[in-house]
Structure formats: structure tokens, C-alpha cells
Design a protein around this ligand. Structure first.
Ligand SMILES: [Fe+2]
Length: 324
């Protein structure tokens, strides 16, 4: 389906409205309102913008990004389903749900326009609530610096030649207030002559303690399809992620509590409390949302193999990688 994209007139609060296919998007001082021919939905606008910036930064990520229990996107890697009520029994039973498929670039364009128009000055959708101004109220300037950050993706490993650099005070990446006790010493590397580009190490904790965003994994090292992603988490994951592959989590500091539910219905399946040192394999058929009372460090091991979603969908791989 072709995306019909348009930006409407400015409303009484100073915000434009937008259309994507049969979906209409409007905001007022507190809420984002989404309407489609069979229904409507409202969500707090700070949560909506926090979800949207991550959906964009991750290029629609792996699988499903539920902004909340009703609205979201499912990535088919080149095209994207935009849905309302699709993974909610009540909507489906009464045929009130809607799903439309668009080219990824079309969704990206309209989501970027919404994010830019609806983000006020001093509101940073990537920041922890304690570290940003308010999203609410009538339109007040903009915050392009906050919404145009590039996701950091190492080709081989952070700090290697011709790869993404280490974070430093000089480049604006200061140590976060809640990770001030993290040692910042860098390891010494003594490579044999001729192996300088093959042997490398860096202070992983130091690097992650300087992350200026929350719930936004950056790729720190890559070996073929195995991606080591690290992220600092504070407050709650602003999306409910529906996996289309297994994700391994290693909790490196502090604590995150996860609600784990059935991916299709949202029925609660488990509550996982991860403390520093804990390892979990999140199955390929769940949705999950995490809560981090204090800024914590999480390592996520993602497998980027594009054949995985189909193998899980056909049952050729078990949704849980290990039985205990
Ligand atoms: Fe996930």
C-alpha cells in the first residue's frame, strides 16, 4: 500500500497533525491521539515520543515495537506494519483493530516529522525523566540536537582504527551522575608487531558509564551476526518489545525488573528480576518491558541473522534456546 502522508494545519496548541494511510495523529498539551476508521487511542505524549524516537533510532528494531498495549510497529526489514489493537484480544474480537503495511522509508519520514514537530525545547525523549525538561504544554520551540543523535554502531569494536571512538569528556560524553564510581582506567594493550589492528581492548564499563541516553543499545562489538550491545537503563523501557528472535541479557550493574508476556496476546508469562551478574535468555515469542529503579548497565547480545524470524515462525527453532 502506498503511504499517504500529509501534515495538517497547526492546532490551538501549536502542533501540526499528521496522516499515514488510514491513521491520523494529533497531539494536545498532554496526549498523543491516534485515530483510524474503526477506533481511536490516546497515550501520554511523553511516552509516545520516547517510544517513537527509539523506534526510529533502531530502524524499527527486531520484531515488534509496541508503544503501549495498543499502538506499534512490526518490522519486516524493508517494510513495516503499523498497527492499532492488533495484539490486543479485545480489539481483534470486535474487529476494531487496524494494520497497514508501508515501505520503511515512508513510515520513517512521517514519524520523523511528528517527532520534530511535537518535541518541545528542553525535552529529550532519550533522557531519563530526572535528566530532561517536560514534554507537556503548548508548543515551545524544538530540540533538534536531542532527536537527531545517531545510534552508535561499531563495525568491529569500539575504539579500533576506523571504527567508532571511545567516549570522552572532550567529545561531550561525561560520566553519568549515577555511575560516578565506575573506574575510568583504560587497559594497556601490547600487541606483537604486525598484529596492532587485530588485538584490542577497552574499558567497557567506562564506555557505557558515559552513555548520554537510556534504553538505546549501541553496538560495541560485532563478530559476523553476533552483536554485543550495551546500554544504560533508568526508569522504564518506553516500549514493550515483541521479540522475533532470542535475546540474551547480562545484567552488569544494579537491577532491572522485567514483565514478560505472550507476544501475541499480552498475557503475563513471567516476572524476571535481574540483579548484577544475572544472565537471561529472553525467548523469541514474548513481549517484555523493563523497569530500572536506578541507572543500570545492561549488555544485550543480539543475533542479526536475517533468516531467524522465519525459522522461529515455522517452528524450526525453539523459542527458548536453553532448557533448565
Ligand atoms: Fe526484546
Amino acid at each position: 500500500m502506498m503511504a499517504t502522508q500529509s501534515a495538517g494545519k497547526v492546532n490551538d496548541y501549536g502542533y501540526r497533525s499528521f496522516e499515514l494511510g488510514g491513521f491520523k495523529f494529533e497531539r494536545d498539551e498532554y496526549f498523543a491521539h491516534i485515530t483510524w476508521p474503526a477506533g481511536s487511542h490516546s497515550m501520554p505524549v511523553d511516552l509516545f515520543l520516547r517510544a517513537m524516537i527509539r523506534d526510529l533510532a533502531w530502524s524499527f528494531f527486531y520484531g515488534t515495537v509496541n508503544f503501549d498495549s495498543v499502538f506499534g510497529t512490526t518490522n519486516h526489514y524493508g517494510n513495516v506494519d503499523v498497527f492499532a489493537g492488533l495484539y490486543s484480544d479485545g480489539y481483534r474480537k470486535h474487529n476494531r483493530h487496524r494494520v497497514e503495511n508501508f515501505k520503511s522509508d515512508d513510515v520513517k519520514a512521517i514519524f520523523e516529522a511528528i517527532l520534530e514537530d511535537w518535541t518541545n525545547e528542553r525535552f529529550d525523549p532519550f533522557a531519563a525523566p530526572q535528566e530532561t525538561g517536560s514534554a507537556f504544554g503548548p508548543k515551545r520551540g524544538s530540540n533538534r540536537a536531542a532527536i537527531t543523535r545517531k545510534r552508535l554502531t561499531a563495525r568491529r569494536m569500539v575504539g579500533m582504527k576506523d571504527d567508532i571512538p571511545l567516549r570522552t569528556d572532550a567529545t561531550g560524553y561525561t560520566v553519568n551522575r549515577q555511575l560516578a564510581d565506575v573506574n575510568q582506567d583504560e587497559p594497556e594493550v601490547h600487541a606483537e608487531p604486525g598484529f596492532e589492528s587485530e588485538v584490542h581492548a577497552f574499558n567497557f564499563f567506562g564506555y557505557v558509564s558515559r552513555s548520554d541516553v537510556t534504553w538505546n543499545p549501541s553496538v560495541c562489538a560485532a563478530v559476523k551476526d553476533a552483536l554485543i550491545c550495551a546500554t544504560t537503563e533508568e526508569y522504564m523501557l518506553p516500549v514493550i518489545h515483541g521479540n522475533d528472535r532470542v535475546e540474551w541479557f547480562v545484567q552488569l550493574s544494579d537491577q532491572i525488573e522485567w514483565d514478560v508476556s505472550d507476544r501475541e496476546t499480552g498475557e503475563m508469562r513471567a516476572r524476571v528480576v535481574m540483579k548484577a551478574g544475572d544472565v537471561a535468555a529472553m525467548p523469541a515469542d514474548i513481549r517484555h518491558q523493563g523497569y530500572s529503579p536506578k541507572r543500570s548497565i545492561l549488555l544485550v547480545w543480539e543475533n542479526n541473522d536475517p533468516s531467524l524470524p522465519e525459522l522461529y515462525a515455522k517452528g524450526q527453532l525453539k523459542s527458548n534456546p536453553v532448557d533448565f
